[in-house]
Design a protein around this ligand. Structure first.
Ligand code: GLN
Length: 274
């Protein structure tokens, strides 16, 4: 028991030079190395040797690689997603889109869900988990992202409830949807990012031109035709983009509200028909 506890302390100390979440990182990596849940690791640490691969994982994390790429998965809302190099790691910030949708439908459920830029299926699969009778479409420009999304859908047992399409935003889609979810790239090309993000995560999921607004410009003309009456479009934004994105997405008859993430930062623009 002591051995594992000491290794966790040592790893957390090592990682604190490069990570703001060094203790959590060490715990997640140890749990993965031992093939147990983090809860179990904390509540009843096994009396075992430290697996060699734990230190290999700590080394990778020390170089900035996201924990989720090292463990191969990441929890989001109520589901676990498999992820790896080539897809954006799901972030808790994005959970505000799901929370806002639950609030909007208020006990009712969307029938049809569209996820524009689905990545490993993050928002779409979380929404399909929340509303078991809903079906959805997930679009992404990255084949690699779609292969993660499809494997995640299969693992969660949702493969018959969704279609995945390779494409540029809503190109080729003409149906109406009750719920549109979208976490587009919104980082300005030259912006500073958290440790390891720029180095390890895919550019096409992060960067959107000089001001970070290019994806919203592309999406703005497409959204109104896709959103059904009574529906909601929830679009993730960078914390300083509420004003600019609201202005870009505004259309006659559409109402835009801003929702904050759990850290209190503006994180989504919510569009509904008035
Ligand atoms: N929130 C992410 C970050 O700052 C960016 C994700 C995105 O561009 N959609 O790391």
């Amino acid at each position: 028991m002591k051995i594992i506890a000491r290794a966790l302390d040592d790893a957390a100390r090592q990682l604190s030079a490069t990570s703001d979440t060094s203790r959590l990182d060490a715990e997640l990596l140890m749990a993965e190395a031992l093939h147990i849940d983090r809860d179990k690791l904390i509540l009843s640490p096994p009396d075992k040797k430290v697996p060699k691969r734990f230190w290999q994982m700590v080394k990778r994390r020390g170089k900035g690689e996201p924990v989720a790429y090292i463990t191969g998965r990441r929890a989001f809302w109520n589901i676990d997603l498999h992820v790896g190099p080539g897809v954006l790691v799901p972030r808790p910030d994005s959970e505000v889109l799901i929370a806002s949708a639950i609030e909007h439908f208020d006990g009712a459920a969307p029938d049809r869900i569209l996820d524009l830029g689905t990545g490993p299926g993050t928002l779409l699969l979380a929404a399909l988990d929340v509303w078991p009778d809903a079906t959805g479409v997930g679009i992404d420009v990255s084949r690699q992202a779609l292969s993660y999304a499809s494997a995640n859908a299969r693992r969660l047992g949702f493969e018959r409830r969704l279609k995945l399409k390779l494409g540029n935003w809503a190109q080729g889609i003409s149906d109406g949807f009750d719920l549109i979810l979208c976490n587009p790239p919104y980082v300005a090309d030259g912006a500073e990012l958290g440790p390891g993000v720029r180095e390890f995560e895919p550019d096409e999921a992060l960067f959107a031109g000089e001001t970070g607004l290019d994806a919203y410009r592309a999406l703005a003309p497409e959204l109104p035709a896709l959103l059904k009456a009574g529906g909601l479009a929830a679009v993730e934004i960078g914390q300083d983009q509420a004003g600019s994105v609201t202005a870009l997405l505004a259309r006659d008859g559409l109402e835009a509200r801003v929702a904050d993430d759990f850290a209190g930062r503006p994180r989504a623009v919510l569009l509904t028909w008035v």
